[in-house]
Design a protein around this ligand. Structure first.
Ligand SMILES: [Zn+2]
Length: 558
């Protein structure tokens, strides 16, 4: 018998990256990794987990959510009314206490993700100036491996380098900034638009070719130059783009132009549901889905990937690095809101929101999200997300899975929502049903591939031993809501919803090579404009107790 050798025996394994589509297959695990089955029959596992009759998948990966950083913290403080009514997480001998609501506390976030079978999550928008605090929050977010994307689409240095047509300086700066923040990927949020918001009362950009004052650059230039830079740095994940005009009727044309602005470079368009609207401003009755032309474009362009940003009905909190969007939502809903600018770098807006199934706009947003899953041909290029908590909580993922796998259920729900869904979207006519394998792709194998995480999202030898085991059920929502076992880094972390161990996951980050002589120039930039010193800005490893550096060696697909 070998020490700490775990065998998962007899489960139906869905591991699309390795061609397993529900075949019965054993998985051997040692030192937190999946290993080749031992050839010596004398070798016995120290622990045998009987998975006969159960469904085995790699651990889930949420590639776009909001779980750390300054705006998440403000949102937690902004919603005391939710904390009063939501059932809290009680402290046990193993776990900390935590609060729920649409923006759970750090500990609750880790436990709830793990309870759902998710083992990795990425916060999608951290201003690099706040990176240190985001890492401190990660240290308090148990169970998960995690990382974050660094906001760059309105960074003054980035825009200056583009304005001055200095691609090498831009590349060196992006490489330095990612390394300094210990971030995982680059993020653009309403490129150029947040800067205009900071310059002018209620300002924004409304076209991709609108010039940003004082910087003389357009959103299109920012998107093109950043996507090229990211590819030249060989970063594992492409540039991650929240396009301009989020939420506005008629914004689908901006989204299409955003895809074209990539000029063939890799690009991930996030929460694309919020960017797929037809109709004219000021006349709500014209609001409609424009998923079809956008999905056609995505289908024909393998350099582009998307996550959906599904809307679910109910109450949540909208939080975004898109400062003007917070203002826009507050104007519509008249609720409390919060807005904040980060010097030189970014902004943010927060507002409570309630999606109603009888609202024409909300029902269409719900339908448009589902259309995206059903109209992208290749499941490897569309990822499940609610943009947690913007479209709804990550806890709604099992509900989305049922809507995708069960068209009878889907049709039943369509009957209960605003009738505009049948008139202004194609959802009711879409017959496609996701298979179990396709669900495994859009929730783990696909996001791992899109993020360039070669050791995640699959169960082949060398993979991280992050495994979720489900009890089959004819109602897929029931099946996915309560995994039988969740295994993280080879340890059985969750059993039938109970956390068995307070496990601390890794922080995934990149440290790209860059031309070091840029630092003199950046140092002068800090002296001139920032309220912090250059030497105090980079985050050191002290803040990442379990850091894992992911290599920057990914080439563009030929
Ligand atoms: Zn987001």
């Amino acid at each position: 018998m070998s020490e700490s050798l775990l065998k998962i025996t007899g489960g139906y394994v869905y591991d699309p990256a390795n061609g397993l589509d529900g075949q019965v297959h054993d998985i051997w695990i040692q030192d937190g990794k999946v290993i080749e089955p031992p050839t010596d029959p004398q070798i016995r596992p120290s622990h045998n987990l009987d998975a006969a009759g159960l469904v085995v998948m790699p651990g889930g990966i949420d590639m776009h959510c909001h779980i750390a950083g300054p705006k998440v913290n403000v949102a937690r403080k902004m919603r005391p009314e939710e904390k009063r009514v939501a059932e809290p997480i009680r402290r046990t001998d193993i776990t900390h206490s935590g609060t729920m609501g649409s923006v759970p506390s750090t500990f609750a976030t880790g436990y709830k993700y793990a309870g759902l079978g998710y083992t990795t999550a990425f916060d999608a928008a951290v201003p690099p100036l706040s990176a240190r605090h985001a890492h401190e929050e990660f240290a308090d977010t148990p169970c998960l491996d995690k990382g974050f994307y660094v906001l760059m689409g309105n960074n003054h240095y980035v825009m200056k380098a583009i304005q001055e047509n200095e691609p090498e300086r831009l590349k060196a700066f992006v490489g330095w900034l990612l390394g300094a923040a210990k971030g995982y990927a680059t993020k653009l949020v309403n490129p150029g638009g947040v800067e205009v918001w900071k310059q002018q009362q209620a300002g924004n950009v409304n076209r991709i070719d609108q010039v940003v004052d004082f910087f003389d650059v357009t959103p299109r230039q920012i998107i093109r130059e950043m996507s090229r830079t990211v590819d030249e740095l060989c970063l594992p994940h492409s540039v991650h783009i929240h396009a301009n005009n989020l939420g506005l009727p008629g914004n689908w044309e901006t989204t299409l132009e955003t895809m074209k602005a990539l000029e063939g470079h890799r690009g991930h368009i996030t929460h694309i549901q919020f960017h797929s609207y037809g109709g004219g401003e000021g006349d709500e009755t014209t609001f409609c889905s424009r998923v079809e032309p956008l999905a056609e474009y995505v289908n024909a362009h393998p350099n582009i990937t998307v996550d959906v940003g599904q809307v679910l009905f109910g109450e949540t909190t909208s939080m975004t690095g898109d400062g003007p969007l917070g203002y826009f939502l507050q104007n519509i809903y008249g609720t409390k809101w919060f807005s904040s600018d980060t010097e030189m770098e970014s902004g943010c807006g927060i507002a409570p929101i309630k999606y109603r199934n009888k609202s024409m706009v909300h029902a269409l947003q719900w339908a448009i999200g589902l259309e995206w899953y059903l109209m992208v041909d290749d499941p490897w290029r569309v990822v499940m997300s609610t943009d947690h908590p913007n479209g709804g909580s990550f806890l709604a993922y099992p509900q989305i899975i049922r809507l995708l796998m069960d068209r009878t259920y889907r049709q039943d729900v369509i009957k209960t929502v605003h009738p505009a869904v049948r008139q202004h979207s194609q959802l009711a006519d879409l017959d496609r049903e996701y298979t179990m394998n396709e669900i495994a792709i859009i929730t783990r194998a696909g996001p791992a591939r899109i993020l360039g995480l070669t050791h995640k999202g699959h169960l082949g030898p060398g993979a991280d031993a992050d495994v979720t085991i489900y009890t089959p059920h004819e109602n897929q929502q029931v099946m996915f809501e309560l995994p039988r076992y969740v295994i993280k880094s080879g340890r059985i972390l969750v059993e039938q919803g109970d956390i068995r161990e307070d496990f601390q996951g890794k922080t995934l980050h990149v440290a790209p090579d860059y031309a070091r002589d840029i630092e003199t120039n950046i140092s002068e930039w800090f002296e001139q404009y920032y309220s912090v010193r250059f030497r105090n800005y980079p985050v050191d490893y002290h803040y990442l107790p379990f850091a894992e550096q992911v290599p920057c060696n990914l080439r563009e697909p030929d």
